[in-house]
Design a protein around this ligand. Sequence first.
Ligand code: TRP
Length: 453
Amino acid sequence: MEQRTNFHSKLGIILASAGSAVGLGNVWRFPTEVGENGGAAFILVYILCVVLLGLPLMVSEFVIGRHTHKNTADAYRQLAPRSGWVFQGYLGVFTSWFILCYYSVVAGWTLKYLLSALAGRVTTIDDSAAYFSTFTSSPWLPLLCMVAVMMMCHWVIARGVQAGIEKSSKMMMPLLLLIIAVLVVCSFSMPGSEEGLRFLFKPDFSKINSDVILSAMGQAFFSLSIAMGCLCTYASYFSDDAKLVKTAGSVALIDTIVAIMSGFIIFPAVFSVAEVSPDAGPGLVFITLPTVFQIAFGSVPFIGWFFAVMFYLLLLLAALTSMMSIHEPTTAFLLERFHLQRRTATWIVTLSCIFVGVLCSLSFGPLSDVRFLFGMTFFDFFDFVSAKIFLPVGGIIISLFVGWRLDRQLVFDEVTNHGALTFRLFPVYRFILRWLAPIAIGLIFLNELGLFK
Ligand code: TRP
């Protein structure tokens, strides 16, 4: 087995963790949720959720990972040997693997749209809804795209922590932030974009109801990569002088800025085109946006082409850095528990995910009739079980574990680097973990299962 390495620099730590957090959740899921939940008011609730629940949970995962310097399963085994808590370690490893199987399918779509945009096709589609469904329901092309992005991710992970994850995050994240800045400027300069800004900035508090609050919490967890093995595994590669609370703060800040900027990119553009509506749902970036690019830039073809290419490149980069963080927990587990070579462990994860991902991908086409449990297809099933069952359950267990089971002093030493830093909010942090987080997440969970409907 190879030597365990750490991330080389503090910047690497922040960019890799931010790379995990910034993903399809920000650019694709966040604008969709904002559109469906009424704009500015949702954003305010979302920010509250990030600060009150997301940050404390992120710090907790960092504590577990950095204290043990082990993969997620072994981390829980070390902290609470032979107890039921060990289950959470395995759940984290399993959930990562499980999410990768379908996340890679959507990541594959972004690759296909990037290639189409490059070829100038996205801006000349007649019927973008038909284009989307013809593409996703065809058997081969989506599969090929999924395998292609998996192989990109594989290539990075196989290189290891420093030469793979850290180095590629240091290249991809700055590029991603630059693209966002360029797109925001483009989007603002479109006629009629003020309407979009009003939607994003003027809160209408009458729109806040329990559904909005619960959606905001779910989105915050998904977007910050909380509650499965990802952040915990990355934190196991943090050096002992890394500042956990500060790192979590920076990651949450970058993640939130990127999410809001994605709203800035999408909504002014959507509102400047009267025919499409902001609450178009998950098809927003794959169906609505091509129409927007076309109508808005019909007369200036180059800008339309440029906007589309940049946008789908942004989606692909965001998806890739997140995929890396979803791949690593399982790889690290196999590598360390079974003393495998990194190359072998990486192949096992990649190939098994491709194998299962095929089912998810085909569930939009040839396998669309294969239904189980409440009429869900393979893809729906994977999405439902991971995002709506594993994530909330994981979140509750982590907050209870760090709040009640771990020794108070151990946690305090970890967040203050053994007294080198001050953390005045420690009692608040502990209160949130012991009470607020488990209860609040419990509510999301029950709501998502439909108990309050
Ligand atoms: N946060 C990523 C996004 O915004 C997705 C992601 C990566 C994730 N790791 C995760 C979601 C862990 C939930 C749990 O797209």
